[in-house]
Design a protein. Structure first.
Length: 275
């Protein structure tokens, strides 16, 4: 029996980019890259190293995608498409295939897992993971692309054009991010490294981000998402946006305009560049 969405065993990464870099420096090249690995031999790095998606973004599509993979593993019981992994310090870290790894973990897969070992540097792997996230079946949302670009801007290792290409956003937006980042680092250097792009925009507008409130709102929003998924309401909502709009208006005639005001106030990057 296929598990419910809330029972999917998700991969949680704990190793940072800096820790991976140290592990790479201390380990030599692989003599013979493996073509398969066991489940326990595949680890995950922290979000932002190889996994660029936001955990609470595109939740329904993400979970439905994983459930499809779980069903494929259960019937006919064959392994999925190879997972792309990066070798470091005698371990292998998933670069592309986090949902596949979630599916394997959920069914407690005992067999061999096909893998492709990335042949390149950590920086090249970092970039390649974002490229694949941007173009794979479950496309990244505008917010995810903006937050990925913001993270790359903070790293300071890439040019404006490289960031724009990797995150598939406009160079103009990257230029704006760099402008905001410079000012934020001048005024509030500690906060600069912690703020998301959305929070940095709030700071720019003079709306000091209230992080505890942001976390509270995020938690409450996630409860609604979980309820929609649990009661199988999310599918119909997404399948017929026009009907969803009518339903929301019937709940409260003022709700659609309130939603539009909220969404319009969340600008993910398309602001004029300040020189």
């Amino acid at each position: 029996m296929t598990p419910r969405i809330n029972s999917i065993k998700k991969v949680v990464g704990e190793i940072s980019y800096e820790e991976l870099a140290k592990a790479v420096a201390q380990s030599g090249p692989l003599s013979k890259p493996p073509k398969t690995l066991r489940l326990q031999e595949i680890s995950a790095a922290k979000p932002g190293v190889f996994q660029w998606r936001i955990t609470n973004e595109n939740v329904f599509q993400s979970e439905a995608n994983t459930l499809d993979m779980i069903r494929a593993l259960e019937d006919p019981g064959k392994p999925l498409e190879a997972i792309l992994v990066f070798p470091a310090g005698g371990r292998f870290f998933v670069m592309d295939g986090h949902h596949r790894l979630d599916a394997y973990r959920t069914v407690s897969w005992k067999g061999a897992i096909p893998v492709e070992v990335f042949q390149g540097t950590l920086e090249e792997a970092h970039k390649e993971a974002l490229k694949r996230n941007s173009r794979n079946k479950l496309s990244m949302s505008k917010r995810e692309k903006s937050e990925a670009a913001w993270a790359l801007a903070k790293e300071g290792r890439f040019t404006k054009s490289e960031i724009a290409e990797l995150a598939t956003i406009a160079e103009r937006t990257v230029g704006n991010m760099r402008s905001v980042l410079r000012k934020l680092r001048e005024k509030e250097p500690e906060a600069a490294e912690e703020y998301t792009w959305v929070e940095a925009l709030m700071w720019k507008r003079g709306q000091a981000p209230a992080l505890p409130e942001h976390d509270w709102k995020d938690q409450e929003a996630q409860k609604i998402v979980d309820a929609l998924l649990r009661h199988k309401i999310a599918g119909p909502l997404l399948k017929h946006p026009d009907i969803t709009a009518i339903a929301l208006q019937r709940l409260d005639p003022n709700l659609p305009s309130a939603l539009m005001r909220e969404w319009d106030g969340t600008d993910y990057g398309e602001e004029p560049v300040e020189l």
